[in-house]
Design a protein around this ligand. Structure first.
Ligand code: GLU
Length: 490
């Protein structure tokens, strides 16, 4: 059997990070088992409160950014095109007609008002809400009469009134439900558009989907869909519900916890491979070892649908940040430099594309900074001193290290030593300067190091001083030391 999986986003705005997790699982299953990854746009719900097509581009960009472009989708087409539900309405209508003809579905002429009144009464009585099946039991003549008058109708599934139905879920095992608990759901609305349940079943069947992988929050829908498969006499796919993603307080992940829109993570400077790594661990574990930081290839090698657990996964932002730092340190430096460019450009530190000089500077500085970076967006603050002279020292640095006559003497002496030596400023030479200043002033090296650091970078933190001085170069260091003497307060 060739595996075919689908990611079926609805255009409800900017994609949620949990949805992209589903896509990651889909992609892995397709690649692991040599199958196809299909993406389909489920756009039949046109309620303005939910229909937000401006998010479609972000769905596309997010998949491309993650490196998990579908084999078949609305962007590039495929053998079962179109991959947009609103362009497949005839398929849903003919499925509904077939169900009506076989007696598995029926026309419901109830008005919105009647349905609302019915619901209100059920609620008032504390009874479960659901359609009272008035039209299911309607005499044939009455139905014909309504049809002949062209009264609008919806199509409802004629759910078996008793008995039980079972389905099997790869993660949650065998699930059994009583048919009487399932409502006679609407399949086709009065405007001829399908509901989600009908459209999803028709498309998964027509597109030969073998595994429906989706969040556990869709599990309440599964009995309805199983009954539609049975009514249409179609074989069900294999159901794979992946556990919920929760915030640290074990409540549904929401804005309260942090970023939830996928593109926000891109903007914040996460690497695609770190997001991929982190998302797959929300619900899946390799089992055999505790290794968490893995490349996509390593994940693919270990991946198995049977490694998906049932426990809800907690979205730990700190862990994601840490994991991103780990991936930054594993990243090829040329690529990492490319990835930093937009952030440095945005901060006004370089052009886009950078000039050859800016690019060379970036490549010189990067090795000093990778250990300190968690996000690509850390790059501007860490690297700014290498691209331009600091405008002023930060207040703590000024108060602690650029105050008093001793500070001025340290700077002056360092300048004199550097100016008297015209050779390259190596790390050893930088260290020798610091040692000689400390000796001459009869202090430890610490105040000398801190004073010079604030003078040349404007900050009290950063990479090691000697490598910083070497990277900046002799001319720049001398210029900045001289200028910093003007900063010193008595
Ligand atoms: N269109 C649904 C969504 O927005 C798809 C659910 C499913 O995968 O069946 O997530």
């Amino acid at each position: 059997m060739s595996v075919r999986v689908r990611y079926a986003p609805s255009p409800t705005g900017s994609p949620h990070v949990g949805n992209l997790r589903t896509a990651v699982f889909d992609w892995l299953a397709a690649r692991k088992y040599g199958g196809q990854f299909v993406a389909r746009l489920e756009d039949t719900d046109r309620d303005p409160a939910r229909y937000k097509p401006e998010g479609i581009r972000e769905i596309e960009e997010s998949l491309k950014w993650l490196g998990i472009e579908p084999d078949e989708w609305w962007v590039t087409g495929g053998p079962y095109a179109p991959y947009i539900q609103s362009e497949r309405l005839d398929l849903y209508q003919s499925a509904a007609n077939r169900l009506i003809a076989s007696g598995m579905a029926y026309k419901c002429f109830c008005t919105e008002e009647r349905l609302a009144a019915m619901r209100a009464q059920q609620q008032a009585q504390g009874a479960p809400t659901g359609y009272d099946r008035a039209c299911r039991n309607m005499p044939v003549e009455q139905r014909r009469e309504l049809e002949s008058r062209g009264v609008p109708y919806t199509v409802r599934l004629a759910v078996p009134l008793d008995g039980v139905t079972a389905y099997s879920d790869l993660v949650y095992g065998d699930v059994t439900f009583e048919n009487r608990t399932v409502d006679d759901q609407v399949l086709l609305k009065s405007n001829g558009w399908p509901t989600y349940h009908l459209a999803v079943v028709v498309d998964d069947h027509e597109m030969h989907i073998t595994h429906v992988i989706r969040g556990e929050d869709w599990m309440p829908s599964t009995p309805k869909q199983v009954l539609i498969y049975q009514a249409l006499e179609w074989e069900q796919p294999i159901w794979v519900h992946i556990p919920l993603t929760l915030g640290h307080d074990r409540k549904k992940l929401s804005k309260r916890h942090g970023a939830t829109q996928f593109t926000e993570f891109i903007r914040q400077g996460y690497l695609p491979e770190a997001m991929f790594n982190f998302l797959v661990l929300l619900g899946w574990s390799p089992g055999d070892d505790n290794r968490e930081v893995m490349t996509v290839a390593e994940i693919l090698e270990r991946f198995d649908l049977s490694g998906i657990g049932r426990n809800p996964a907690v979205f730990d932002y700190d862990k994601l940040r840490w994991m991103n730092g780990e991936h930054i340190r594993r990243c090829d430096h040329r690529r990492l430099a490319d990835l930093c460019v937009p952030f440095l450009h945005e901060a006004g530190l370089m052009g886009a594309p950078p000039t050859p000089g800016e690019r060379a500077c970036l490549e010189r500085v990067l090795p000093l900074m990778v250990e300190r970076m968690h996000l690509l967006s850390d790059a501007p603050a860490l690297m700014a001193p290498f691209f331009r002279d600091p405008v002023e020292p930060d207040p703590t640095g000024l108060r602690k290290w650029l105050t008093g006559a001793d500070a001025r003497r340290r700077l002056d002496m360092a300048c004199v030593l550097l100016e008297s030596d015209c050779s390259d400023l190596t790390e050893e030479a930088a260290e020798a300067v610091v040692n000689r200043v400390a000796e001459a002033m009869g202090t430890s090296r610490a105040p000398v190091i801190h004073t010079i650091r604030v003078a040349v970078t404007g900050t009290t933190v950063g990479a090691g001083l000697f490598e910083t001085l070497r990277t900046l170069g002799r001319e720049t260091v001398i210029r900045r030391l001289r200028r910093a003497m003007e900063w010193v307060v008595e």
